[in-house]
Ligand binder design. Structure first.
Ligand SMILES: Cc1cc2nc3c(=O)[nH]c(=O)nc-3n(C[C@H](O)[C@H](O)[C@H](O)COP(=O)(O)OP(=O)(O)OC[C@H]3O[C@@H](n4cnc5c(N)ncnc54)[C@H](O)[C@@H]3O)c2cc1C
Length: 389
């Protein structure tokens, strides 16, 4: 097993995992080691998405992993979380692909769609044959999606959609876009198939983060959709927010994988790199950094495992997910920056995974609710006062 993928289990949390959960984790760990790591730096450098991995990811049950029926694996939320952790130990972009496919696109249909929509899309999405994207963010509305300007107007028995969605993961490779739009009654969702007249997607290039992930702009100009393409149970902003809760749950786990990869790499490096009289690992300042990293990774693991148990018991609150996403991603970003520093000049080259994780985590800290937006969510929860505007 590659050193960077080894487990980090200071509090022996493995004892709390079932053999099935461990098997899932180890299977994904192997997949990442054998099939992701050999090519991910090249994809990151070339700003390309490793599309060749999609069918393998489907085979391993990664799409809609914690959903039941429709060809989905139906695993519990511990196994699903561990899966996201191992995937992100490879690259946040690949975990983003899985999150958008599963927790945002498939979950939208699963939670808010008709039985006909579920039958039509979900089995193909689980097999990786239908790729989805989730269009919520707009050029002028990120943290405040409720201000969205995309509109859907009644047109006989169907709808006409107009608007622009920006920063949409998987946009140009998606076969179906979940487009959130305002109607007279409030916000609802539509399934817009690729190739619909008036619907276009183009890649956003020049990112220094998430380079192995596709990020796109979606343009909707008088796009006609049948009423059968509306998600009938998606009523109001709470619908996309419910999908975001699912995705944020996976992100909280995923960040641990990226942080662990950086920690492992820095630890190995300082053990062998000698400066002045001995290995860097023998200096107190270096040890303090390693201890900080270990402490935060271990705390993040505990938060996630408890969150998973709450989710499986149907007791997880969105605010608890905000807590985990906010903390784990922010700490992972700090760990990546520390690890980058500990490798000195070598910290900036792609011979090591650290700089890639660090750059990716800048996005992870921003998307799915920024660090500050989750602070506001938690602040509202504990004070009863909303400080958003
Ligand atoms: C690579 C990538 C992939 C993405 N994929 C998707 C996707 O698939 N689908 C999708 O819909 N979106 C996606 N996004 C968009 C992402 O969710 C948004 O970028 C995010 O919600 C933040 O919105 P914004 O960028 O407009 O920042 P803004 O909302 O403009 O925020 C800018 C800054 O202001 C702060 N801020 C905002 N409001 C407040 C406030 N009330 N009080 C204090 N501070 C505040 C924020 O915390 C932040 O620091 C993606 C983004 C990236 C970078």
């Amino acid at each position: 097993m590659a050193e960077i993928l080894k487990d980090l289990d200071y509090f022996e949390l493995d004892e709390l995992l079932t053999s099935e959960e461990k098997l899932t984790r180890d299977t994904i760990k192997q997949f990442v080691e054998r099939e992701v790591l050999p090519s991910v730096e090249r994809h990151f450098a070339n700003e390309t998405f490793p599309k060749e991995l999609v069918s393998r990811m489907a085979e391993l049950g990664m799409f809609g992993a914690n959903l039941k029926g429709y060809g989905c694996a139906g695993m519990n939320n511990v196994a699903y979380g561990l899966m996201m952790q191992e995937l992100e130990a490879g690259d946040s972009g690949l975990r983003s692909f899985a999150s958008v496919q599963s927790a945002l696109s498939m979950y939208s249909i699963y939670a808010f769609g008709t039985e006909e929509q579920k039958q039509r899309y979900l089995p193909g999405m689980a097999r990786g044959e239908i790729i989805g994207c989730f269009g919520l963010t707009e050029p002028d509305h990120g943290s405040d999606p409720g201000g969205m300007e995309t509109r859907a107007k009644r047109d006989g028995k169907g709808w006409v959609l107009n608007g622009t969605k920006r920063w949409i993961t998987n946009g140009t490779i998606a076969n179906v876009a979940i487009v959130w739009a305002k109607v007279d009654e409030g916000i609802t969702g539509f399934l817009v198939d690729k190739g619909s007249s008036g619907f276009g997607a183009h890649d956003m290039k020049g990112k220094f983060s998430m380079r192995a992930s596709i990020t796109s702009e979606l343009v909707l100009e008088d796009v006609k959709v049948d009423d059968s393409q509306r998600l009938p149970e998606a009523k109001g902003l709470r619908a996309p927010l419910a999908c975001l809760t699912q995705a944020r749950y996976g992100i909280a786990w995923g960040a641990i994988g990226a942080a662990r990869s950086c920690y492992r790499c820095a630890l190995e490096y300082v053990k062998s790199r000698r400066q002045f009289s001995r290995p860097l690992a023998g200096y107190q300042l270096v040890q303090a950094k390693l201890v900080q990293m270990l402490t935060e990774i271990t705390k993040a693991q505990m938060v996630c495992l408890r969150l998973a148990h709450l989710k499986d018991a149907g007791k997880m609150r969105p605010e608890q997910v905000s807590f985990a996403k906010r903390n784990n991603v922010n700490e992972a970003l700090k760990i990546a920056r520390l690890a980058r520093d500990m490798l000195g000049a070598n910290g900036i080259v792609n011979e090591y995974p650290i700089i890639r994780h660090m750059l990716n985590l800048e996005t992870v800290n921003t998307y799915e609710g920024t660090f500050d937006v989750h602070t506001l969510i938690l602040g509202r929860d504990i004070t009863g006062e909303a400080a958003f505007d």
